[in-house]
Design a protein around this ligand. Structure first.
Ligand code: ADP
Ligand code: ASP
Ligand code: MG
Length: 427
């Protein structure tokens, strides 16, 4: 017998028929004698719909009221799954964020989980009841509903798993695991049997939306065993406890898998893309100490994350251009803030461009292997793809390119690093 957390994403919960399928998968785990807690997302598309209502109601919406609206999608699916489980003979009840409670800190719309009281859940699960928990939501110190940022149900699941000491956290989605790149873009993407926490964290943070970045960070910190697998399976599919999906593992476990010949060691593990950033160029900024601080201090104070930064070589007259990227959603705010500080910073023009994409290659193999970046630059150049900016970390190289070339760049790199599946293309 094991204690298992199962999380189902938006496509898995999209409508009565899908929820019935989910109920069967959950029921099977419970019938095998396991203690089960289920975390659910809103139905696919529902959160977008709710966000749009907020925008229409008030363009400058209050994040606390936004949370009240957008958290409702998960409330609906948690109740529906509990009802469906009851209809197939299971004992089940829903536990809303405030009922556990899931205590969160920091701002509305991007709250962080601080603490989850798992006692009531454990007691209910011991008594044979399936706990159904809406993902994405929590409660603030002043007793208001909060949400965890888009894709946050993954983090809810990992946090609940840590709080109740679960043996495993299975993240059910619409693909059967983590692939070498988004299988919807590259048909020859390969499913990975395992990926390290560090690599998954990096892949998620550069756009592989299969897991929310925070969920991976939390799993790494708390040592939660996470598996990504598909809910689109029939009854005779390999059961979850035989690990049909992708396991997120420590580097030591990965080394063991390589030694046993179950995984190949590659220099690049995966490739991700992100179209959600925008570029800002400030022209003719004074080329002197403190100038760059004047640009980035106000952005930092406004909690706007700056990602890639390039400062061009100084022009004549001690001036230079500074280029950087911010999340698309923060572009208007960043632009207004910089305009406000124009005289302090002393730039000439502000140019923005949201037609860009960031392509990243990730792999722990890079730590000990040179030449990964050179291969990237050469392969893109051979296809005439222009690189506008570059950043690197120990296990990642990212480039900024024109958005229209995203799919081509991902495919070219996937082939260049020898990641293409040789046999059948992935579904
Ligand atoms: P859910 O609604 O279940 O949370 P998401 O849409 O958030 O699902 O995440 C699953 C999607 O992530 C897949 O449909 C796939 O298109 C995308 N994805 C991006 N990169 C990868 C990758 N490397 N491996 C698998 N899926 C990926
Ligand atoms: N429903 C939320 C979203 O769409 C949270 C989630 O599905 O993880 O972002
Ligand atoms: Mg998701």
């Amino acid at each position: 017998m094991a204690r298992i957390v199962m999380k189902f994403g938006g496509t898995s919960m999209a409508g009565t028929e899908r929820i019935r399928r989910v109920a069967q998968i959950v029921r099977r785990q419970a019938m095998n004698g396991n203690e089960v807690a289920v975390i659910v997302s809103a139905m696919a598309g529902e959160t977008d719909r709710l966000v749009n209502f907020c925008r229409e109601a008030n363009a400058l919406y209050d994040p606390a009221e936004y949370d009240v609206v957008v958290a409702s999608g998960e409330q609906v699916t948690s109740g529906l799954l509990a009802l469906t489980l009851q209809s197939v003979g299971c004992k089940a009840r829903s536990w809303l964020g405030w009922q556990l409670p899931v205590r969160t800190i920091e701002s509305h719309a991007k709250a962080r989980i601080d603490d989850i009281d798992g006692d009531a859940l454990i007691a209910a699960m011991r008594a044979g009841e399936i706990a159904v928990i809406p993902g994405f939501q929590g409660v603030s110190d002043d007793n208001r509903i909060t949400t965890l940022g888009r894709g946050g149900s993954d983090t809810s699941a990992v946090a609940v798993a840590a709080a109740i000491g679960a043996d495993r956290c299975d993240i059910y989605t619409d693909v059967d695991g983590v692939y070498t790149t988004d299988p919807r873009i590259v048909a020859r993407a390969r499913k990975l049997k395992a990926v390290t926490y560090e690599e998954m964290l990096e892949l998620a943070s550069v756009g592989a939306k299969v897991l929310q970045t925070r969920s991976v960070g939390l799993a790494m910190k708390e040592g939660v065993r996470v598996q990504v697998l598909s809910s689109f399976v029939d009854d005779d599919a390999t059961p979850a406890d035989e690990y049909p999906g992708t396991m997120i593992v420590s580097e030591e476990e990965m080394n063991e898998l390589v030694e046993k010949g179950e995984m190949e060691r590659q220099h690049v593990t995966g490739i991700a893309h992100d179209k959600n950033e925008a570029k800002i160029i400030l022209t003719r900024v004074p080329d002197k100490p403190g100038a760059v601080a004047h640009i980035f201090d106000p952005l930092a104070k406004a909690a706007i994350n700056v990602d890639m930064i390039i400062q061009n070589v100084g022009r004549d007259k001690g001036e230079t251009d500074v280029t950087f990227t911010v999340p698309m959603a923060d572009l208007a705010r960043a632009q207004a803030l910089l305009e406000d500080k124009r005289s302090e910073i002393g730039f000439n023009r502000i140019i923005t461009d949201s037609h860009i994409a960031k392509i990243s290659v990730v792999g722990v193999g890079m730590k000990s292997h040179a030449g990964v970046a050179a291969t990237m630059f050469r392969s893109l150049a051979d296809r005439g793809i222009n690189i506008q900016a570059i950043t690197t970390s120990e296990i990642k190289v990212s480039v900024m390119i024109d958005e229209d070339e995203t799919e081509l760049a991902v495919r070219v790199l996937h082939t260049a690093y020898g990641l293409d599946a040789m046999d059948e293309p992935a579904a």
